[in-house]
Write a protein that binds this ligand. Structure first.
Ligand code: KIV
Ligand code: NA
Length: 268
């Protein structure tokens, strides 16, 4: 079983992937991935939105519960969606707690900033482990004007380093660094004793995270800092195409699919 404490003490790089449903979570967990993030990237990756902003508490709760049912060993982290935190402190803590209490998450992740230091402390105090997230924070797309790299000038880099320290001090058990220069990610990793997990942040963090769609090649497009290790989209296209053809030309269902007399209850 992966624990927040275990992550901190480990020597090898930490592996983290997103998942949004039980069968995908099973594959990720069986591969020995340390952390499964039920990311609000589900907005783009699973729900058909063009940003993460429309994702709701109900979306993340239902998908976190599904992922938790598929996972035996990995740490399950639920991503706090836009406006579920940061508006009011008490509401933020209750929303975070709901993922542990009702969806079997082990921890939550919050897109962090100056406004989440106290929130992180409060959640940690009541027993909700918090993964912080700095650099590119996609819920801020409207303020940032896009998804560009963050921390690229001296002031911005120092702000990220300082916020990283503040969130460690507030009790965060780890920190995601998204789309920042590799040397900044290395400096933050050096400065903290909690593990850093990078995406588009170079090789010098304590671990790496990617969106599952990118890793297996499910989406139409993947960001340049990710890598497609498979072609699930191509495989699905092939299978769906062959099914269609088989139904249309009458080769499915065949003899062996047509006389299922066994009690189906017993087969499931
Ligand atoms: O929602 C997500 O998938 C994330 C990761 C990219 C860190 O926040
Ligand atoms: Na996210």
């Amino acid at each position: 079983m992966t624990t927040t404490r275990g992550l901190r003490d480990r020597e090898e790089p930490i592996t983290m992937l997103t998942a949004y449903d039980a069968p995908t979570a099973e594959v990720v967990d069986e591969a020995g991935i340390d952390v499964v993030l039920v990311g609000d990237s589900m907005g783009n990756a699973a729900l058909g939105y063009d940003s993460t902003l429309p994702v709701t508490m109900a979306d993340v709760r239902s998908r976190t519960a599904a992922v938790a049912r598929g996972v035996d060993d990995a740490l399950v982290v639920a991503d706090m969606p836009f406006l579920s935190f940061g508006v009011e402190e008490a509401e933020s803590v209750r929303n975070a707690g709901e993922f542990l209490k009702e969806a079997d998450a082990d921890a939550v992740k919050i897109e962090s900033g100056p406004h989440t230091i106290e929130t992180t402390r409060r959640m940690t105090d009541v027993g909700i482990p918090v993964m912080a997230h700095l650099g590119l924070t996609p819920q801020h797309v409207n303020r940032l004007g896009g998804y560009s790299r963050q921390g690229t000038d001296q002031d911005a880099a120092e702000e990220i380093l300082e916020l990283a320290r503040d969130h460690e001090e507030a009790g965060a058990f780890s920190l995601v660094l998204e789309h920042v220069p590799a040397n900044l990610a290395a400096a933050v990793t050096d400065a903290l004793s909690i593990p850093t997990i990078g995406i588009g942040a170079g090789p010098d963090t304590d671990g790496q995270v990617l969106v599952i769609n990118d890793v297996v090649g499910l989406g139409e497009w993947s960001p340049p800092f990710s890598k497609r290790f498979g072609d699930v989209r191509g495989e699905m296209q092939r299978a769906v195409g062959e099914y269609k053809e088989a139904v249309e030309d009458g080769t499915f269902p065949a003899e062996e699919h047509s006389h299922v007399e066994d009690d189906l209850e017993e087969l499931y």
